[in-house]
Ligand binder design. Structure first.
Ligand code: PMP
Length: 453
């Protein structure tokens, strides 16, 4: 059964074949078992609607690169092609370009990390760093501990490698601090040990967590590392937002506190631009060796042109000043988001107060299901990501992630107004039908550890 998706189009004078679209997959019995868990997101179709201009999208996590000095970047790229084009467009080293790896060490210094460029592996965004780490450590069925909630892209990688994700709850002090709870972590590790399960690593986002927006205090980082040491588990520290703090200087990275146990993931996506797809992993020497082998088998070498471009930008531009400018822009948007939520969301709804990064995590009153509500929100011209996207176990329906990085402050306020109306209507329906029993509390997550038993 084949259907033409539309009339043939002309492109560059060549007639294009009609797009073939079929729901029958002739390869259905050939795919590897690991693809069975790769399901298209149920909300993807809605997001194509959510991207229409009349919809205020509080869903995506796109950085506001309109603020970048494009003339500076353009000049740097022009000079790059003219002066070092033959190297920049050639194959390169699997580990990444030495000059960029040195600059990466300079960037990491801002969070107290003293590292040697030899221990840095450049990756295609930190997303590929996550992929490589999971590839070298995890066999199917291995346990990975992740925060509840956790970054949707990391959960996708863990699923692709058939890991079992055990969630450990986050908490929130109401002022932007909290994160992975050391007590809950110890409890989870103890339970897993008693079941004879081996945990391959703990995946954590200590700064302005995606999606919850909370940050671990220095004390908490130390406590978490002590628990990791007690159970002899590796820690994967994912830190794309650490330099985008609004109210305080960056805290020392976990990697700055422990150079042997922590694998650190960094990225230029949020501090420069995601389109270059340049991130990195800092790992102990032996792990680095394995990462480079995995990197070579995956892509031979990370894109050399992108690496030269980032290196040229870092050399030619006041990148620290640019990060400060980004942080100021996002502070204004965070403030607009918090003001809008206070003004428009119904009683019983709570949210985190991030001190940096892109995201606010909202807990809605009992009886409201954010995934079920999404089509109605999009109809009301506002979009968000339902909380279930951030759990491996179907939990999270009383939560949603709102991002303030991309829309203007005016649009953010308008988006929260629309969201408030939708929520108020849902709440009145839930009350009418008796599904709403009590107001929501501050707890970020009442019970995903159920999957431990
Ligand atoms: N980790 C986290 C926590 C993220 O939020 C993101 C991007 N949204 C990534 C990793 C991947 O970023 P990139 O591949 O662009 O470096």
């Amino acid at each position: 059964m084949t259907a033409a998706a539309g009339p043939d189009r002309e492109a560059g004078g060549l007639e294009q074949p009609a797009r073939r679209d079929t729901r029958l997959d002739a390869s259905i019995d050939r795919y590897a078992a690991r693809t069975h868990q790769l399901t298209a997101s149920a909300i993807r179709a809605l997001f194509s609607v959510a991207n229409r201009p009349e919809v205020v999208s509080l869903a995506g996590g796109m950085p506001n690169i309109a603020d970048l000095p494009l003339n500076v970047v353009g000049e740097a790229l022009h000079t790059l092609v003219l002066t070092r084009g033959t190297q920049a467009m050639q194959y390169g080293a699997g580990q990444g370009e030495p000059m960029l790896r040195e600059q990466i060490c300079e960037v990491m210094r801002l969070e107290g990390i003293v590292a040697h460029p030899d221990d840095v592996t450049v990756t295609v965004g930190s997303q590929q760093g996550l992929d490589l780490i999971t590839r070298i450590f995890c066999d199917p069925g291995d346990v990975v501990i992740a925060e509840a909630p956790s970054y949707v892209g990391a959960l996708g990688v863990f699923r692709a490698y058939q890991c079992e994700v055990v969630h450990v709850q986050l908490d929130d002090d109401g002022n932007g601090y909290g994160g992975l709870s050391p007590d809950a972590l110890r409890e989870a590790l103890t339970a897993l040990r008693s079941q004879g399960r081996r945990v391959k690593f703990i995946y954590t986002i200590p700064n302005f967590q995606n999606p919850a927006g909370v940050t671990q205090t220095l004390q908490r980082r130390r406590e978490l590392l002590a628990v990791a040491e007690e159970f002899d588990v590796l820690v994967v520290e994912d830190n794309p937002y650490g330099l985008l703090g609004f109210d305080a200087e960056p805290l020392p990275a976990m990697r700055a506190l422990d150079g042997e146990r922590v694998l650190y993931l960094g990225s230029f996506s949020k501090t420069f631009a995601p389109g270059f797809r340049v991130g990195w992993v800092l790992a102990p020497h032996a792990v680095k060796e394995k990462l480079v082998l995995a990197q070579e088998s995956a892509v031979l070498c990370p894109p050399v042109f992108s690496q030269y471009a980032v290196a040229a930008y870092l050399s030619a531009h006041d990148w620290k000043g640019q990060i400060k400018a980004f942080a100021e822009l996002y502070t204004e948007r965070r403030d607009a988001m918090l003001a809008g939520l206070t003004a428009h969301l119904p009683a019983g709804t709570t949210w985190t107060r991030p001190g940096g990064g892109f995201f606010v995590w909202v807990t809605v009153p009992d009886g409201i299901d954010t995934q079920a509500m999404l089509p109605r929100a999009v109809t009301a011209r506002v979009a968000y990501v339902p909380g279930t996207a951030f759990y491996a176990d179907g939990f999270g329906s009383r939560h949603m992630r709102l991002s303030y990085c991309y829309p203007t402050p005016e649009r953010i306020i308008e988006g929260t107004r629309r969201l408030g109306e939708v929520l108020a209507h849902e709440l009145s329906m839930a009350t009418l039908f008796g599904t709403h029993t009590q107001p929501g509390g501050r707890a970020l997550d009442p019970g995903p550890n159920a999957n431990l038993s």
